[in-house]
Write a protein that binds this ligand. Structure first.
Ligand SMILES: [Zn+2]
Length: 98
């Protein structure tokens, strides 16, 4: 097989080259004009630091979050992260001085 030509600082890709010398994952990065980065996962999805979870909550809560985000000129995601962090502090008291 031909090996993907993507490589960077301290890493080389060892996946099979499929398109224009790149594996499918790195070809996606090139195609999307993203910087080449090591791939993780069996399907070659780019490594992500965050985890996406689908959460169900009432529409009124979603609207309240959206309104708060707008009032504070923040991305809604920031508020969701804040809410999760607050919840975790409550579940594990003493880790944040309180
Ligand atoms: Zn590759």
């Amino acid at each position: 097989m031909t090996v993907c030509i993507a490589r960077g600082d301290g890493w080389v890709c060892e996946r099979e080259a499929k398109t224009k010398g790149f594996c499918s994952g790195h070809y996606q990065q090139v195609f999307r004009k993203k910087p080449l980065a090591p791939l993780k996962g069996e399907h070659g999805a780019p490594a992500e630091e965050s985890v996406h979870k689908a959460v169900r909550y009432p529409k009124s809560d979603a609207e309240a979050i959206a309104a708060l985000a707008k009032a504070r000129d923040l991305d809604e995601a920031v508020l969701y992260r804040e809410a999760v962090a607050q919840y975790l502090r409550r579940e594990k008291p003493g880790q944040d001085g309180g």
